[in-house]
Design a protein around this ligand. Structure first.
Ligand code: ADP
Ligand code: MG
Length: 309
């Protein structure tokens, strides 16, 4: 298992990770989601023992992430890079020797990578998707108890994502502990048992998908087209219980729970607004990030992220 406790990482004066705590259990696929620069890769490097935390602990199967724990772990970096002149087959054999794996393991890795005619070609001839498949195959080959994959879906086509999902199911069945990252919820929601959301180095949620969906539903956006948009409209909807309101051109974008919609429309009418059109929008992870950042600026009391959900 992986246990991260109050992990904090500074790069110079820059706070990249702020008191992050979560756990991943054997047989669990945990997805780490967040916009670019939110600290996903930094967490993964700390788990892989390639980076030391400024403060806090990263425990892998009972030991601090460092030399020994690396033997139990497979790590797929965000950017896979291999010696250009080696072939796919040579690389798979090289990593198998490095991990002292029995010969049969390389065959499965070759099958997973689906390099077909390219197995004997040097990797500089590979497309981004082929390199990613090779990287994934090499990462899953040792059947390590802990598997950390940084943006494994990057560069994969729909078939590749589907096969990755199968691999993850097999890992779950083998009780491996798996952490994958992505900048988009849609990429990994079907793959993961739990989703951890990171914004600006802070963990804002770590929940099973269905709970996260519930939270998202409360933050659905609606778009209200106004004939004569006025700033006061924003104030009125916020007073009526909206989480956020923003005027973009003639459209008022309101994030609010479904049960608040009617009240919000009434408030707009009372304000003298003329509503020309009204539509609701599927809540997205982006609206969640946005909602969070806004709520956060209203709420600096330091309440734990999970208390807000
Ligand atoms: P993500 O993987 O979520 O895109 P990263 O973990 O790569 O985010 O980066 C988080 C933040 O830390 C970014 O602002 C990035 O610029 C910064 N950062 C990451 N690694 C380093 C480093 N080695 N030196 C300085 N800053 C870094
Ligand atoms: Mg990254």
């Amino acid at each position: 298992m992986i246990r991260i406790q109050r992990l904090t990482k500074y790069f110079g004066n820059f706070l990249a990770l702020d008191n992050v705590s979560f756990e991943a259990q054997p047989g669990e696929i945990l997805a780490l989601i967040g916009p670019n620069g939110s600290g996903k890769s930094t967490i993964m490097r700390c788990i892989a023992g390639l980076m030391t935390p400024t403060r806090g602990e990263v425990i892998v199967n009972g030991l601090p992430a460092a030399g020994k724990t690396r033997e139990w772990l497979s790590y797929l970096p965000q950017k896979v890079s291999f010696p250009e002149s080696l072939t796919g087959q040579e690389l798979v054999s090289f990593y198998a020797r490095l991990r002292k794996l029995p010969p049969g393991m390389t065959e499965r890795a070759m099958e997973i990578s689906r390099l077909n005619g390219f197995a004997q070609r040097p990797v500089h001839e590979y497309s981004a998707g082929m390199l990613q498949r090779l990287g994934i195959a090499i990462a899953v080959m040792p059947d390590a108890p802990i598997v950390v994959m940084d943006e494994p879906t990057a560069g994969l086509d729909a078939d590749g994502v589907c096969r990755l999902r199968d691999l993850l199911s097999q890992m779950r069945a083998r009780r491996q502990t798996v952490v994958v990252s992505s900048h988009a919820l849609a990429e990994v929601e079907a793959l993961a048992d739990r989703i951890a959301i990171l914004v600006k180095g802070r963990l804002i949620a770590c929940e099973p998908l269905h709970q996260l969906r519930g939270w998202l539903a409360k933050r659905a956006a609606m778009r209200v087209r106004l004939r004569e948009p006025k700033r006061e409209a924003c104030e009125a909807v916020l007073q009526a219980g909206a989480i956020s309101a923003e005027l973009i051109g003639t459209d008022l974008i309101v994030v609010a729970g479904a049960e608040k919609r009617l009240e919000i429309l009434h408030a707009l009418e009372r304000e003298g607004a003329h509503i020309e059109q009204f539509s609701t929008e599927e809540p997205t992870l982006e609206s969640l990030y946005l909602g969070y950042t806004r709520e956060d600026s209203h709420n600096q009391s330091g309440v734990a992220a999970s208390d807000r959900l």
